[in-house]
Write a protein that binds this ligand. Structure first.
Ligand code: TMP
Ligand code: ZN
Length: 405
C-alpha cells in the first residue's frame, strides 16, 4: 500500500521507469562508484487526484550547496519571469509597501523583477550556490528549505506576505501539507499565493514522461491543486495555462472566501474530466505509450549507430536523466550532450554517464543528429540553431512523438 502524500488514501502505481539516479546528479568520473539510485515509480491517488512519485531519495541529496540548475541559462525563461512578475504586481496592485516571498527562488530569476520595482521581497532556497548567485544580483535570499517552520519564522521576523510566488518548486517539496500550512500562516488574509508548475494535462497528452524525476514529486492539475490546498484553507480562484516547460499551469490561490473564482477554474476542471485525468485507466494507457516511445527512440538511435552517424544530445536537462535511463541511452548511442551550464560541463550525466560538453563541442563540429533533450525550449533553440539544419544536421525529438526533423 502506497499512501497518498496529500490525503493518505491508497494510491495506484501506474508507471515503473526502473532504476534511476538523481536527475541533477551530474558527476565526475571518480564519483561514479558512489552514485546513488532509487526506483522511479509513479502513482495516482483516486481520492484527491494527485499524481506522485512513490519512493524518493533524501531531499538533502537533491538540493545542496552545489545544485546544478541555474534558471537564468535560458533567455526564454528570463523573459517569462519578467512577465510573470509584472502580471502579479499589476493584478495585486503591489508597491513599495508590499512584501513578496518566493520559495525556491533559485538564482533570483523572478524576484529580481520585484527588486527592480522597489518591492520588499525575500527569496528562500536550500541550494547555497544558487542562493548566493541571487544575493549577488540584489535579491534578498534566505538559504533554507521552505515549509511550515520557515514560513512561520519569516512571518515572525518580517511580517505577513501580500503575495507568495513560486515557479517549478512546489512540486519539489515532499511534505506538501507543511507547505500548505506554511503558505496559509505566512499569507495576509487578503494575500495571494500564485505558483506555476508543469501541467498534468500536457504531460499525459504529450507523453512527456521526462517530467517525472526525483525532484518532481508531484504532477499537478487544477483538480489536485484545489484538493491539496483546500485542506489548508486556500482556494483556487484562477488558472492560466503557460507554454513554459512544455506546458505549465499558473495557479492563483487565496484564503477561502476572499476572492471569487474566475470562469477559468471551471473550464480547466471540465477539461481535466474530459481527458480522463480522474480515471486510473488513463494512466495505464499513458505508460503503454511511454514504452512505445522508448522503442521508437531506441530504434532511431540504433539505426544511426549502425549507419556510423554522429549523434549528440542538446541540453543536459534534468528531464533527460529520466529518458536516458529509461531508454538505456549509453555513450555509444549519444556521444556527448552539450550544455551551456558551466557546473554541468565536463561531468557525466547521471546513470548513463554520457559526457557533458560545452556548447562549442556542438557548434564547432556539427553532428549528423542532435537529440533535443531540452525539447521544452525547442522554439528558442530551433531559432538560434538554424545553421545546424541548413548544413544538413537533423534533430531527433521525442515529445510529443519520436521523430527526426
Ligand atoms: P530545463 O529544461 O530544466 O529548463 O533545463 C534546460 C537545460 O538546457 C539547462 O541545463 C541549460 C540547457 N540549455 C542549453 O544548453 N542551451 C540552450 O539553448 C537552452 C535553452 C538550454
Ligand atoms: Zn490523495
Amino acid at each position: 500500500m502506497h499512501p497518498c502524500r496529500v490525503c493518505t488514501m491508497p494510491t495506484t502505481i501506474f508507471a515503473d521507469y526502473g532504476r534511476m539516479p538523481l536527475a541533477n546528479g551530474f558527476l565526475l568520473p571518480e564519483q561514479v562508484a558512489d552514485e546513488r539510485f532509487y526506483r522511479l515509480q509513479m502513482s495516482f491517488c483516486p481520492s484527491c487526484g494527485m499524481i506522485q512519485v512513490v519512493d524518493l531519495p533524501d531531499p538533502a541529496e537533491m538540493f545542496h550547496d552545489h545544485y546544478a540548475y541555474f534558471a537564468q541559462t535560458s533567455q526564454g525563461m528570463i523573459t517569462h519571469f519578467r512577465g510573470f512578475a509584472a502580471d502579479v504586481i499589476r493584478r495585486l496592485g503591489l508597491g513599495p509597501h508590499s512584501f513578496v516571498v518566493e520559495p525556491g527562488s533559485n538564482d533570483g530569476i523572478m524576484l529580481r523583477n520585484f527588486a527592480a520595482a522597489g518591492i520588499r521581497h525575500l527569496g528562500v532556497d536550500p541550494a547555497a550556490n544558487v542562493a548566493a548567485a541571487a544575493s549577488q544580483i540584489g535579491v534578498r535570499t534566505r538559504c533554507a528549505f521552505f515549509g511550515e517552520d520557515t514560513a512561520r519564522a519569516i512571518r515572525a521576523e518580517e511580517g505577513p506576505a501580500d503575495a507568495i510566488v513560486a515557479a517549478n518548486v512546489i512540486a519539489h517539496i515532499p511534505d506538501i501539507n507543511s507547505v500548505g500550512r506554511g503558505i496559509r500562516a505566512l499569507l495576509k488574509d487578503d494575500g495571494v499565493f500564485v505558483f506555476e508548475a508543469p501541467y498534468a494535462g500536457d504531460v499525459i497528452q504529450n507523453v512527456a514522461y521526462d517530467q517525472f524525476y526525483d525532484e518532481h514529486i508531484f504532477l499537478f492539475s487544477c483538480h489536485s491543486v484545489q484538493a491539496a490546498f483546500a485542506r489548508h484553507g486556500l482556494e483556487l480562484f484562477d488558472a492560466e495555462h503557460q507554454p513554459t516547460h512544455g506546458g505549465s499551469m499558473r495557479y492563483w490561490l487565496a484564503p477561502a472566501g476572499a476572492r471569487p473564482a474566475t470562469e477559468a477554474v471551471g473550464h480547466w476542471l471540465g477539461q481535466e474530466e474530459a481527458i480522463g485525468l480522474g480515471r486510473a485507466a488513463t494512466y495505464q494507457h499513458f505508460f503503454a505509450r511511454c514504452q512505445e516511445n522508448r522503442s521508437a527512440l531506441r530504434a532511431i538511435l540504433e539505426a544511426a549507430k549502425a549507419e556510423g552517424k554522429r549523434v549528440v544530445g542538446y541540453g543536459a536537462t534534468a528531464k533527460s536523466t529520466t529518458v536516458a535511463n529509461f531508454c538505456a541511452i549509453t555513450p555509444d548511442l549519444v556521444e556527448f550532450i552539450c550544455d551551456v551550464t558551466p557546473t554541468k560541463q565536463d561531468k557525466l550525466t547521471p546513470g548513463m554517464h554520457i559526457p557533458v560538453r560545452p556548447y562549442s563541442a556542438f557548434s564547432d563540429h556539427y553532428p549528423d543528429y542532435a537529440v533535443l533533450f531540452a525539447w521544452s525550449h525547442a522554439e528558442e533553440i530551433f531559432a538560434k540553431e538554424e545553421a545546424f539544419r541548413s548544413q544538413g544536421g537533423r534533430w531527433i525529438t521525442f515529445v510529443p512523438r519520436v521523430e527526426v526533423v
